[in-house]
Design a protein around this ligand. Structure first.
Ligand SMILES: NC(=O)C1=CN([C@@H]2O[C@H](COP(=O)(O)OP(=O)(O)OC[C@H]3O[C@@H](n4cnc5c(N)ncnc54)[C@H](OP(=O)(O)O)[C@@H]3O)[C@@H](O)[C@H]2O)C=CC1
Ligand SMILES: O=C(O)C1=N[C@H](C(=O)O)C[C@H](O)C1
Length: 265
């Protein structure tokens, strides 16, 4: 049995993680953590997750023994809990997005002590998309304009999405473009003609969209559009659970969803 703790347990993702972990015969839910002052502290997490009594009470303190902690909270909270996991020798799966470079550096530091997996998107489809986009960017060459459009629900706090940023990084790695020089975030005003190297990223916020990502490769006379749409958050949840099972018994290190899903370019 792999013992699982959840940080951000009452959130849109955290509550589905709780429900699916509770149903999984290979996993045991051992802790459900939330921020200080949260209205659900002291309640059984099953009440929030809609899966009945689990016997796991939502708390702020991570006192339980666990093999893996799954985090879908916020960048600050992911780092704070990562530090605790490093001290407690608990592996960590971080799904929270919006981490800045210093926060990513801290996760790298924790990965010298414990197994860590940090991924902006745990779905199989998006991890295939990461590889596809890199390959297409290489194949079309310099004459195609590359634009990334992401659409998410109105409650999302970070923009652009972590997935859109990772897609841009994949294009940069494949083509020699640079994130700090070639990426523009939306456009407004007299911006001039589009430089060939530019990568445009556009964040749309609308209603309850779970998560759509489109990459457009456009040239004169034609364009390629590659889109991924998530139909349910459970697709990310299933990926996070696969990741937790994967890193549970691994040595310290930084692992990726490509390691988990064994996606070959
Ligand atoms: N990697 C992936 O595949 C995916 C990543 N995400 C990312 O996961 C994150 C969470 O998304 P989502 O579930 O929609 O967001 P929610 O806001 O619904 O959930 C976040 C939860 O974390 C809680 N939280 C905030 N601060 C703390 C803290 N200090 N300690 C413990 N819990 C805390 C929030 O409480 P409160 O609401 O009271 O602030 C909330 O319950 C986002 O960064 C999102 O981008 C989302 C989907 C897929
Ligand atoms: O906040 C969300 O909901 C999502 N966030 C992730 C991101 O920022 O890339 C992934 C997913 O599309 C849902």
């Amino acid at each position: 049995m792999i013992e699982i703790a959840i940080n951000g347990a009452c959130g849109r993702m955290g509550s589905r993680i709780a429900a699916l972990v509770f149903e999984d015969s290979e996993l045991k839910l051992v802790a459900a953590l939330e921020r200080p002052g949260h209205q659900s502290l002291g309640k059984d997490v099953g009440l929030v997750a809609g899966c009945g009594d689990t016997g796991i009470i939502i708390t702020t303190a991570f006192n339980a023994h666990a093999d893996v902690l799954i985090d879908f909270s916020s960048p600050e909270s992911a780092i704070a809990i990562g530090e605790i996991c490093a001290k407690k020798n608990v592996a960590v799966v971080v799904g929270a997005t919006g981490l800045n470079p210093q926060q990513h550096e801290k996760m790298q530091h924790f990965s010298r002590l414990i197994p860590c997996l940090v991924s902006p998107n745990m779905s199989v489809g998006v991890n295939v998309l990461f590889n596809l986009v890199a390959q297409v960017a290489k194949m079309v060459g310099k004459e195609f304009d590359i634009e990334i459009i992401e659409t998410h629900h109105r409650f999302k706090k970070d923009s652009p999405s972590g997935t859109a940023l990772r897609l841009a990084e994949k294009v940069c790695e494949a083509t020699g473009r640079k994130m700090d020089e070639d990426v523009v975030y939306g456009r407004s005003g007299i911006t001039g003609e589009r430089p060939l190297n530019e990568i445009g990223i556009h964040a749309v916020r609308s209603g309850d969209v779970i998560g759509d990502h489109t990459v457009i490769f456009g040239s004169l006379g034609e364009r390629i559009e590659i889109t991924h749409r998530a139909h349910t958050r459970d697709t990310f949840v299933r990926g996070a659970i696969r990741a937790a099972k994967f890193i549970a018994k691994k040595p310290p290190g930084m692992y990726s969803m490509s390691d988990v899903l064994q996606i070959q370019p």
